[in-house]
Every structure is written in structure tokens, then in C-alpha cells.
Design a protein around this ligand. Structure first.
Ligand code: PBG
Length: 338
């Protein structure tokens, strides 16, 4: 009788030093991008009620906020602008105002901190329009629809304004067809061929954006976003969206939300291994953790690390997350949960 030993995978889990040695996925501050909200016309940070620990900051605090994050090792940022309702209009013209919160924040950051921080900007009009849609509503054959091509002109201008102010990458999030192409052409024409595009290539019509819409004042005033954002039931379609954006010139692809779409992250990384893949761990995903932690129903640090690790394990290279500062702080304190 041949000798058949029990096969023992547990040897590799025997103690932390060995587990750390064989771990396939590790979370590093290098992979984390911090979203930041800058609001016009306020003097003190405003806590965002539905996102504990997150704030809308006055524009002139931008250098301080970014510097504090850099001290913790967070070096890349995704900027959102928030403006009062009375500055919004139907076309979202404030979106490309060079004196808007995002261009001003970028200029201040560059002036105080120089070139080092990687500044990404969200490019979408929903926070700048009276209707709160990511495109311009028009009436067509008796039906209200979101017009694609007139929207492209506006977001292309918005991208150029951000580039001019000193953004490294622009990140179109409106899910308009052809948005990457329109922005690439506009940037190149204006002499910003060095400014990159991180495309929200695969963005689902998700309930997980709820807290963000409170934060940015960007909820649609009528209808919903299902005619432009993707249907949560579809995964193969994500490959089409990504392929188009690659063809149009995207430098970085993104899947959003992250946690409920790990399968999509995984197939996208497999299909486009040569493109850096970002995943947006969105507001609702963040707030669920914070809410459960507040009630002591979960171990916040452990669950946060598990989530970020899962998103990376699925195939994301970059994790855009409101947890970035917490994670950076915990790593610095030597926290290592596994
Ligand atoms: C704007 C935009 C949204 C988010 C990022 N950019 C909201 C939306 O599509 O309604 C969501 C981010 C989050 O929930 O954290 N189009």
C-alpha cells in the first residue's frame, strides 16, 4: 500500500510571519486614492451627515488637507466641486468656470505644495445643473431624454478647465457615449496632451451612491440615471464599455461601485491586463461600514481591510476610497489584521 500523507495546506497558515510571507495580496498606501469635496462659499468644513468622518471643505483649505494626507502617505486625490444651488443652471456652465471650486483648489494646491500630489478631477455636470443629471435633458418625440452629444461639448470644456488649472488626470463620470474621445480631442487641441484620462468606464446605476448625492448636492431632480449608467444585471456589457474607452484613449479604466461588482473588476483585469484598473469603493459602501461600526456590530478596522483587500484581490490596481486616511493611519500604527 502506497503511503498517502494527509495534504496539509494549514502549514502555510501556522503563524503570522508565514501568512505574511505567502500573502498574495497586500494593501499599500500607494494604491489608495482619496476623494475630496471642495465647496464654494463656506468658511468651515461641513460634516457630511451620511458619510461619518467625511467633510465638504472650504476651497482655501485644499493645500492643508492634501498636505496632511501626504504626510500619511496618501499621494493621489480625486477632487469634486460643490456649489450653491443659486449658481447652478440648466447647462451646468459653472462646471467650466475657471473660478469654480475645483480649478481654484488645484491652483492653491500647486502653489503651496508644487507638482508632487497626483490630482485627479471628477468631470461631470450633475453637481452643477439645476436638474442634477449628468447630461442635458431635452424633449424628443414627446419624451424627456438626456442628450448625449451636446453634453460632450460641456464636459470637454470642463476637462480643459481642470487641465489648465493643473490637474494630472481628468476622470469623466457621466457615462455619456464618446466622452473619452471628446475629452481626449479637446485636451490635445488645447495643448494638454500630457494630461491623462481615468475613465469611469464601467459605472453602474447604483443605490450605493446615495450618501454621495447628499455630499455633492447632485441627486437628479426628476427620473433616474438608468438611461446612461449601466444595468447592475450586466457583466459582459462591461467589456464593451471598457473596450470603447480604451479605443477612445483612456489611460486608466475604472469600475464603480467596487464591492458589489468584484466579478466585473476581475473580468476587466483579465481582459485588459495592460491597463491600470481602478475601483471606486463608493459612498454607500463606506457608510454601511461606518454605520455598523458605530453600533459595534463589526470590527471596523478588520472589515475595512478585508474590503480593500478583496477589491485588490479581484484585480484592482487602484482603490478610490473614503477609508484612505483611516487605512493609512492604521498601517502607520503597525496594524496588520491577517
Ligand atoms: C457624478 C458622480 C457620482 C459619484 C461619483 N461621481 C454620483 C452619481 O453618479 O450619481 C458617486 C461616488 C460615490 O457614491 O462615492 N456623476
Amino acid at each position: 500500500m502506497a503511503y498517502f500523507p494527509v495534504l496539509r495546506p494549514r502549514r502555510l497558515r501556522a503563524k503570522k510571519s508565514i501568512r505574511d510571507l505567502v500573502a498574495e495580496t497586500n494593501v499599500s498606501v500607494n494604491d489608495l486614492m482619496l476623494p475630496l469635496f471642495f465647496k464654494e462659499g463656506i468658511r468651515e468644513p461641513e460634516p457630511i451627515e451620511a458619510m461619518p468622518g467625511q467633510y465638504r471643505y472650504p476651497v482655501d483649505m485644499a493645500p492643508k488637507i492634501v498636505q496632511e494626507a501626504m504626510e500619511l502617505g496618501i499621494k493621489s486625490f480625486l477632487l469634486f466641486g460643490v456649489i450653491p444651488d443659486d449658481k447652478k443652471d440648466f447647462q451646468g456652465t459653472a462646471a467650466y468656470d475657471p473660478e469654480g471650486p475645483v480649478p481654484r483648489a488645484i491652483r492653491l494646491i500647486r502653489r503651496e505644495l508644487g507638482d508632487e500630489p497626483a490630482i485627479f478631477t471628477d468631470v461631470c455636470i450633475c453637481g452643477y445643473t439645476t436638474h442634477g443629471h449628468c447630461g442635458i435633458p431635452v424633449e424628443r418625440r414627446g419624451r424627456k431624454v438626456i442628450d448625449n452629444d451636446s453634453t460632450l461639448k460641456i464636459i470637454a470644456k470642463m476637462a480643459v478647465t481642470h487641465a489648465e488649472a493643473g490637474a494630472d488626470f481628468v476622470a469623466p463620470s457621466g457615462m455619456m457615449d464618446g466622452m473619452v474621445k471628446a475629452i481626449r480631442e479637446a485636451l490635445d487641441n488645447e495643448g494638454y496632451s500630457d494630461v491623462g484620462i481615468m475613465s469611469y468606464a464601467v459605472k453602474y446605476a447604483s443605490g450605493f451612491y446615495g450618501p454621495f448625492r447628499e455630499a455633492a448636492g447632485s441627486a437628479p431632480r426628476f427620473g433616474d440615471r438608468r438611461s446612461y449608467q449601466m444595468d447592475p444585471r450586466n457583466a459582459a456589457e462591461a467589456l464593451k464599455e471598457a473596450a470603447l474607452d480604451v479605443e477612445e484613449g483612456a489611460d486608466i479604466l475604472m469600475v464603480k461601485p467596487a464591492l458589489a461588482y468584484l466579478d466585473v473588476i476581475s473580468i476587466l483585469k483579465e481582459a485588459f491586463p495592460q491597463y491600470p484598473l481602478a475601483a471606486y469603493n463608493v459612498s454607500g459602501e463606506y457608510s454601511m461600514v461606518k454605520a455598523a461600526a458605530e453600533k459595534s456590530w463589526i470590527d471596523e478596522k478588520l472589515v475595512t481591510f478585508e474590503i480593500i483587500t478583496a477589491i485588490k484581490r479581484a484585480g484592482a490596481d487602484i482603490v478610490i476610497t473614503y477609508h484612505a486616511l483611516d487605512v493609512a493611519r492604521w498601517l502607520r500604527e503597525g496594524y496588520s489584521p491577517f
